[in-house]
Design a protein around this ligand. Structure first.
Ligand SMILES: [Zn+2]
Length: 157
């Protein structure tokens, strides 16, 4: 990865951040009582720009979803689903990405239109995994430039 000359981000949002201070966490310890008893935050560091490029952003040969994977559990002409190879903290976790290298911002409408029915199928399939109550979906878009979402099986309470 190349070294970028970074500087603190400058926007009205960034200007009001309490850099060097610890953020208040009661929303996590009191709002999600099933998740955390105690959280200790690090002092907030400046957010630096430009951000480091994501995997596949500069060099497509480094893009994981563009390569075939032994962890692919399903695909059609437009989409593919990779299951997490190792058991983790959830009963099931998978990445959902287009077969071709698209960003959400430039994906063709036929690719995007196929996502809704696919998410419905994945949700129903994940709920058949023993011990699973629901399927959650997430998109953070920070690790890879290739459009991808996560299917996360929420265990039955
Ligand atoms: Zn890609």
């Amino acid at each position: 990865m190349s070294e970028l000359e970074q500087h603190p981000a400058d926007s009205p949002f960034h200007a009001r951040l309490p850099i060097g201070e610890r953020l208040e966490v009661s929303a996590l310890t009191e709002g999600l009582p099933w998740a955390f008893e105690q959280i200790v935050m690090r002092p907030l560091e400046p957010m630096l720009v430009p951000e480091q490029p994501r995997n596949g952003e500069i060099d497509r040969s480094e893009c994981g979803p563009c390569r075939t994977s032994p962890n692919t559990i399903w695909h059609d002409d437009l989409w593919q689903v990779y299951a997490s190879p190792e058991p983790g903290g959830l009963p099931f976790m998978a990445a959902i990405s287009p077969r071709e290298h698209w960003l959400l911002e430039d994906a063709p409408v036929e690719v995007l239109a196929a996502l809704g029915p696919l998410l419905q199928r994945i949700s129903e399939a994940v709920k058949t995994v023993p011990g699973v109550a629901r399927c959650h979906f997430g998109r953070w878009n920070d690790g890879s430039a290739h459009m991808h979402m996560w299917a996360l099986a929420r265990p039955r309470a």
